[in-house]
Design a protein around this ligand. Structure first.
Ligand SMILES: Nc1ncnc2c1ncn2[C@@H]1O[C@H](COP(=O)(O)OP(=O)(O)OP(=O)(O)O)[C@@H](O)[C@H]1O
Length: 243
């Protein structure tokens, strides 16, 4: 970590849809090479928040900066790897064709493109299914392919919306190992999760409920602040029970 050099800066951010205020006055910063988790009950605004970080969506108040650039900014596509909650894949194409499409979008060419496609497919354990059409993939395989695409261009910022849903525990562990290895190389990771043992692996966690930021701290700090023994209990303390 490199404190004082935020890769992501969220300043007084609000997002409303019509008269429904989904995010309210959120401010937080994520430092370089942090794994930063966003935890909150269903409908609390996690996906809305991460979409603002990727530039897919825009704030209705406040500002978001990624790597010092005010979002949204199309050019930041190259700098951010995003894994959405619902897979954005071309199902009538093979995995390879999907990867090639995104590789082209990210400007990867020739030998580098082939090398990266091979590397990310190995990582998510799909190398044997490279030529298979995505509509023949299981739900878990599609999640893994989506993660592979997010990692393809080795972006400095990774934004993952519930990355390991539908992924078995063995593969989940190997994906976490890789995420931590990326962290060590300087990649900043923001993820949303409902999985408590994943939350514990984050350097810091933001707890949100009803679009409001309730706490930001290390997992240990959250346990101390709530006098609880597990992240699950801390989550319930902050109102997860009311989801
Ligand atoms: N485009 C939209 N138009 C209107 N309301 C929306 C829109 N997108 C999200 N919302 C509302 O914003 C709230 C927060 O949704 P969001 O998807 O961010 O929650 P979440 O915390 O990611 O939930 P989950 O854990 O179930 O994925 C919900 O009440 C949702 O209905």
């Amino acid at each position: 970590m490199n404190p004082g050099n935020p890769v992501i800066s969220i300043r007084n951010v609000g997002r409303a849809f019509g008269n429904k205020q989904v995010l309210e006055n959120i401010s937080l910063e994520v430092e370089q090479a942090e794994t930063f988790g966003i935890l909150g009950p269903s409908g609390s605004g996690k996906t809305t928040l991460v979409k603002l970080l990727t530039g897919i969506d825009e704030t209705t108040s406040g500002e978001v900066f990624v790597l010092g650039v005010k979002m949204p900014k199309l050019a930041m596509l190259q700098q951010i790897g995003y894994m959405a909650q619902s897979d954005a894949l071309y199902t009538e194409l093979s995995a390879k064709e999907n990867l090639e499409f995104f590789a082209a979008l990210y400007g990867l060419k020739g030998e580098q493109r082939s090398r990266r496609i091979k590397a990310v497919m190995e990582l998510v354990n799909l190398e044997e299914h490279l030529r298979k059409r995505v509509d023949q993939y299981s739900g878990g395989m599609k999640r893994r392919l989506s993660l592979a695409i997010a990692l393809l261009h080795e972006p400095p910022v990774l934004i993952l919306d519930e990355p390991t849903v539908g992924i078995d525990p063995v593969l989940r562990l190997s994906i976490w190992k890789e995420l931590k290895a990326l962290n060590r190389k300087g990649t900043t990771i923001v993820l949303t999760t409902h999985v408590m043992d994943e939350a514990e692996k984050c350097d810091r966690l933001a707890m949100i409920r009803d679009g409001k930021l309730l706490a930001v701290d290390t997992p240990t700090g959250l346990l101390q602040a709530t006098s609880t023994d597990s992240i699950e209990e801390a989550f319930l303390y902050y109102g997860g029970v009311r989801s």
